[in-house]
Design a protein around this ligand. Structure first.
Ligand SMILES: NC(=O)c1ccc[n+]([C@@H]2O[C@H](COP(=O)([O-])OP(=O)(O)OC[C@H]3O[C@@H](n4cnc5c(N)ncnc54)[C@H](O)[C@@H]3O)[C@@H](O)[C@H]2O)c1
Length: 392
């Protein structure tokens, strides 16, 4: 069996090696591939190829992918959570340190000097760049996932008091957060009590404009706001007013729009938070491994639209189903199997929202019978995707 993968955005070759020999990458089969691997390629508005079963985003955010459409088409969307978290953590820590000392402006000023007496001019003018120290200051972290959790831990080690807000934090992530990080139940506590606030949540209807005029109204004067998550988390009109009023001392973001550029109190980076050689490699390796595992075993890890589903394949055949999450579906699946006189070796069904994923392992060696069952499932109303995987 040869699987076909189409890649976008120059995915790291070392990561693609994780796919192994059974995958043809960007070859003649890529017209109608089994999987996409991409970074920022915008998939909104495209027609999915008929054969497409999986999309792996080598990165964390998946706003470039129409998730609901993919789910309805029976396509599993994966991301690589945490693979670039260390890179973003370092960029944010640098931003905190930079805003405390205004290194960029200081450097720009020194470069304006000339003449034999530059050292003298430096000594005379450096007062304007006296900064502050971050030790003892309070940092608020909104979103304590892979990135936010790491920042909270490291900022605390740099001597900062850290407040964290995340009502949905996973147990796994929560275990890794230092007990010195104070968890708050209301985001208003972050807005009201911090010298620095950094945000690390996905962009959703709930999080859009997390920083709005109500949020800025709660902040103390001179707050630094750092946004390496998504531009739309901040209401720019409200931000400009908060800067004007001296509430926001500096806004540092990784997401530029024209209105943010060339403003004295705004520092914009060109979406480079996760752009390190190490992160790019980690993301590509993780995406490659995830797609390989899914295509070869049907198991799902790190999907944004389907639950994690793991089960060792010991039976001769496995059928994977993506089905609508309707009552009695598991009973109907079992009945369809038994009607053909096939025994179920193992079945696992997990749902997420309106859809569910089923791994159905069959204690049956007769390929004709198994193919018949596959056909029956393909003709069932509530089943949107059927795959047959043979044990190697
Ligand atoms: N600048 C970059 O280059 C770059 C790189 C990677 C990720 N990102 C952005 O950073 C975001 C976070 O990445 P991550 O790897 O930490 O993701 P993650 O999924 O590990 O963490 C996100 C956290 O946000 C929390 N959350 C969700 N809704 C929330 C809410 N309303 N209030 C508070 N917390 C909430 C979740 O519980 C989770 O713990 C991504 O969604 C992406 O948009 C940017």
């Amino acid at each position: 069996m040869v699987y076909s993968v189409k890649t976008f955005n120059n995915i790291n070759q070392v990561g693609l090696k994780e796919l192994g020999n059974q995958f043809q990458i960007d070859g003649d089969l890529a017209e109608n591939p089994d999987a996409f691997i991409l970074r920022s390629q915008n998939l909104h508005g495209i027609d999915f190829p008929e054969n497409l079963k999986a999309i792996a985003r080598a990165g964390a955010g998946t706003n470039n992918i129409p998730i609901a459409d993919a789910t309805a088409a029976g396509i599993v969307v994966f991301n690589t959570p945490g693979a670039n978290a260390n890179a973003v953590k370092e960029a944010v820590l640098a931003s905190i340190l930079m805003s405390a000392r205004d290194y960029i402006a200081a450097n720009a000023w020194v470069n304006t000097l000339s003449g034999d007496d530059v050292p003298k001019q430096v000594e005379a003018g450096k007062k304007q760049f006296a900064g502050s120290e971050i030790s003892g200051k309070t940092l608020g972290v909104i979103g304590l996932g892979a990135i936010g959790g790491r920042i909270a831990n490291y900022a605390q080690r740099l001597g900062m008091n850290v407040l964290g807000y995340d009502p949905y934090v996973s147990i796994e992530t929560a275990w890794n957060i230092s007990h010195h990080v104070k968890r708050v139940d209301d985001v208003k506590e972050i807005f009201a009590n911090c010298d620095y606030i950094t945000v690390h949540v996905p962009l959703t209807d709930e999080t859009r404009h997390t920083f709005n005029s109500e949020a800025f109204a709660l902040m103390q004067k001179g707050t630094v706001v750092i946004n390496f998550a998504r531009g739309e988390l901040v209401d720019n009109a409200a931000l400009f007013e908060a800067i004007e009023a001296g509430v926001v001392k500096r806004y540092i973001t990784d997401f530029g729009t024209e209105e943010l550029l060339n403003k004295e109190k705004i520092t914009v980076f060109p979406h480079v938070g996760g752009s390190t050689a190490e992160a790019e490699l980690n993301c590509a390796i993780m995406a490659g491994k995830t797609i390989r595992r899914f295509m070869e075993t049907g198991e799902i890890t790190n999907s944004v639209n389907f639950p994690n589903v793991h089960q060792a394949l010991t039976a001769p055949y496995r059928i994977t189903l993506i089905n609508k999450n309707v009552p009695n579906i598991v009973a109907k699946i079992s009945t369809a199997v038994s009607e053909l006189g096939i025994n179920i070796d193992n079945i696992i069904n997990r749902s997420k929202g309106e859809y569910a994923y089923t791994l159905l392992d069959l204690d049956e060696n007769d390929k004709t019978k198994v193919n018949h069952l596959v056909e029956n499932f393909e003709n069932s109303d509530n089943i949107v995707r059927v795959r047959l995987i043979a044990k190697k």
